[in-house]
Write a protein that binds this ligand. Structure first.
Ligand code: NAP
Ligand code: ZN
Length: 351
């Protein structure tokens, strides 16, 4: 077994604390990664606090991982010792079903998608996985990404979840010049959605309940700012958008935002509030609107996203912290007080 040091929560009310544990031995197709940086995603907080149900404790969160490969299994050809490597939300799947073969491993039809943490590793030893708030990780090489050398490794980690989760639906819906895109919620996912949609040529409007973020939205590339607390602002954008990408992490009224769409406009949910929300059927029927959602992205698509970000010089806005600060950082995410993603320097676990 391989020794690892991490930060774990013991139950839904406890803080993350230092914890030592073991990872499985390196298999023929695996790589061992010494973790350098780990992003903090709101999904980490939802799961640490068991807001989605089913969390297994202790939980070591973290699915925006960048590190350096320290060892490779005998059958690995894509990576060598010393390479930079990225890991996102998944670490294994069956690889054989229609969805895995079409780069949708997150929807493995054999129900063998293994998430990076808080997930039974049905493809290996059937233990629960531990994520990136740790010193190292063992991952099947097919689920490891190459980091383009032009990207600053101190900032790249959030692309592995926030980046792919916003790139994937924007790509799928072929967002391009001439489209009006509204991004709802300026947080980790939202700020990546703005940057990526702008790079795809769209006109972007930031839709936010935090008027203090207006100047930042402009700096990120948004051309308009809609303050959701201001009814007049909302009226000014009725029937305006081709697409809204909804990153809000708490329950909110979809019906308001569906009214902001053009005829046949598309509202794409990527935020995962902990409780269900009501929709008035007439909000989508009037104008044949589409209400849809999107879950992360496939492994090849994640590599494509990294290459797209390298090509367009896109990186997240980050605040680097030591691991000891992680509990304060969680509170600041909940208070919408992060610009716009925390990245943990995982070497700080050694003090
Ligand atoms: P985040 O950084 O906390 O951003 C969420 C944003 O939601 C906030 O910045 C805020 O934007 C808005 N918000 C927060 N509280 C609000 C409130 N009370 N009323 C209205 N708006 C509020 O979170 P994140 O890491 O971007 O994640 C966002 C959501 O996406 C989470 O639910 C996460 O679990 C989910 N997620 C989904 C996927 C997927 O595959 N679909 C992947 C990753 C994450 P403003 O201040 O601008 O209003
Ligand atoms: Zn995430």
């Amino acid at each position: 077994m391989i020794k690892s040091k991490g930060y774990a929560a013991k139950d839904s009310n406890s803080k993350l604390e230092y914890w030592e544990f073991e990872r499985r031995e390196l298999g023929a197709n695996d790589v061992l990664i010494d973790i350098l940086y780990s992003g903090i995603c709101h999904s980490d907080i939802h799961q640490v606090r068991d807001e989605w149900g089913g969390t297994q404790y202790p939980i070591v969160p973290g699915h925006e991982i960048v590190g350096r490969i320290s060892s490779v299994g005998t059958a690995v050809t894509k990576f060598k010792k010393g390479d930079l490597a990225g890991v996102g939300c998944m670490v294994a799947s069956c690889g054989q079903c229609e969805n895995c073969k079409s780069d949708q491993q997150q929807f493995c039809l054999e129900k063998k998608t293994v998430w990076t943490y808080n997930s039974k590793d049905v493809m290996h030893d059937h233990t629960f996985t531990f994520g990136g708030y740790s010193s190292n990780i063992v991952v099947d090489a097919d689920f490891v990404l190459h980091i383009p050398p032009s990207l600053d490794i101190k900032k790249v980690a959030p692309l592995l979840c926030a980046g792919i989760t916003t790139y994937s639906p924007l790509k799928r819906w072929n967002v391009k010049e001439g489209h009006r895109v509204g991004v709802l919620g300026l947080g980790g996912l939202g700020h990546m959605a703005v940057k990526i949609a702008v790079a795809m040529g769209a006109e972007v409007t930031m839709i936010s309940h935090s008027p203090r973020k207006k100047a930042d939205a402009t700096l990120l590339g948004a051309q308009h700012f809609l303050n959701t607390n201001d009814p007049e602002d909302i009226t000014g954008f009725l029937g305006y958008f081709d697409f809204i990408i909804d990153t809000v992490s708490v329950p909110h009224d979809y019906n308001i935002y569906l009214n902001l769409l053009k005829t046949r406009g598309v509202h794409i949910c990527v935020g995962i509030p902990a409780s269900p929300m009501e929709i008035d059927g007439r909000s989508i029927m009037g104008g044949n609107k589409i209400l849809t959602a999107s879950s992360i992205g496939g492994i090849q698509e994640t590599q494509d996203m990294l290459n797209f970000c390298a090509q367009h010089n896109i990186l997240p806005e980050t605040e680097m912290i030591d691991i000891e600060y992680v509990n304060e950082a969680y509170q600041r995410v909940l208070d919408s007080d992060v610009k716009y993603r925390f990245v943990i320097d995982m070497t700080s676990i050694d003090g």
